[in-house]
Design a protein around this ligand. Structure first.
Ligand SMILES: Cc1cc2nc3c(=O)[nH]c(=O)nc-3n(C[C@H](O)[C@H](O)[C@H](O)COP(=O)(O)O)c2cc1C
Ligand SMILES: Nc1ncnc2c1ncn2[C@@H]1O[C@H](COP(=O)(O)OP(=O)(O)OP(=O)(O)O)[C@@H](O)[C@H]1O
Length: 317
């Protein structure tokens, strides 16, 4: 069963590689600092806006983005997304800080672009912004940006202490824009969520992630060094974004996409993300000293008891 899933998903990766080649769509990115610059409002065009943090851009998020896209097409208005950075937990003292992401901001931008988003608003989530009331947010960031239609999920909250919800949004709109609330998307009776995916990364259960993400968990990076261990195995040193949420420490079976070619390999995930990693690729005879790489996590290779043994092996080498 797992093998079948693996092969079909591997085919998906091939499809995604092709899609990426076509995905040369244009997307305007507007960084918004609080208080909002009035010229941004003046230059805005009528739009539909999907709202949320969207870490991972998982299946539930995609349902929202697809809904907004369809509305934009039907109503012939601009298709926009508004997201926030950093994660609100970084400025709200009572919550656990989320500063490592399933999709760091540059990756999230790339995904939005591939999904056809025409304009992306990134609001700098700072303390002043977090203290803005739900009414003020709607006046300045929704009505002010000429949004004619808001799309968000059933549990979207906004405004000081997260006091606004989707019912409040209808009331705050005061008839000036439409509101579409997307219902809960579930897997095995559980909400598909970024938190659930983070939990799978923490436990190392990466094989479950495709059910939530529609793809394997992946990390993108730039190759900076390459050496051959033998005629059949390459070790690549790769620079990655410091804010990636790495899976639990241990050895993982990966599939890597490099220069439109697919390789199988392994990646020993360290305890912390230092911004540089090493992956082993099999059957890759070519020299790759540079270039972009995407690593897809298939499954954890060893049980926990074997990790220490594996580490000792490295020390000996
Ligand atoms: C103007 C504004 C103020 C916010 N203030 C707070 C806050 O005081 N406390 C809080 O926990 N979240 C606050 N949030 C965060 C929201 O509750 C929510 O996490 C954010 O809008 C992203 O939505 P999502 O998590 O559903 O994607 C605020 C959001 C906005 C837009
Ligand atoms: N499973 C889901 N079904 C429908 N809408 C969803 C789902 N998950 C998230 N959303 C919506 O997507 C937008 C972004 O939500 P958010 O970034 O909080 O995702 P999340 O997966 O709930 O994250 P977290 O687990 O960190 O709370 C919001 O409008 C939210 O209501």
């Amino acid at each position: 069963m797992m093998e079948t899933l693996y092969h079909s998903l591997k085919d998906n990766i091939r499809t995604l590689v092709n899609l990426k080649n076509w995905g040369e769509e244009k997307m305007e990115v507007v960084n918004l600092d609080h208080p909002i610059d009035l010229t941004v409002s003046l230059n805005s065009e009528p739009c539909v806006m999907a709202l949320g943090f969207f870490d991972g851009v998982h299946k539930g998020h995609r349902k929202i983005i697809e809904t907004a896209k369809e509305i934009a097409k039907k109503e012939k208005i601009k298709f926009t997304v508004m997201t926030f950075f950093p994660h609100p937990s970084n400025v709200i003292s009572k919550t656990k800080k989320i500063d490592h992401y399933i999709t760091p901001l540059p990756v999230k931008k790339e995904i939005f672009k591939c999904l056809g988003v025409e304009k992306l608003f990134i609001v700098n989530f700072n303390t002043d912004f977090s203290e803005f009331s739900h009414q003020q947010f709607v006046e300045q960031y929704i009505v002010g940006l000429k949004c004619q239609h808001v799309v968000a999920g059933f549990d979207f909250t906004y405004g000081y202490k997260g006091q606004g919800n989707m019912d409040q949004m209808v009331s705050d709109s005061n008839g000036r824009f439409d509101v579409t609330t997307v219902s809960k998307l579930e897997h095995n009776h559980e909400k598909i969520s970024s938190s659930a995916i983070r939990e799978m990364l923490i436990t190392g259960e990466v094989q479950k992630i495709p059910m939530y993400l529609e793809d394997y968990y992946s990390i993108k990076g730039k190759v900076i060094r390459n050496y051959h261990i033998n005629h059949n195995e390459n070790v690549l040193t790769i620079k990655i974004d410091h804010s990636y949420h790495l899976p639990k420490k241990g050895l993982y079976k990966i599939t890597a996409e490099l220069d439109n070619s697919i390789f199988d390999g392994t990646f020993y995930v360290p305890l912390h993300n230092t911004g540089t990693i090493e992956v082993h690729l099999l059957n890759s005879h070519i020299n790759y000293d540079e270039g972009n790489i995407t690593m897809y996590f298939i499954e954890q290779e060893f049980g926990n008891s074997q990790i220490e043994e594996y580490e000792n092996m490295f020390i000996v080498i």
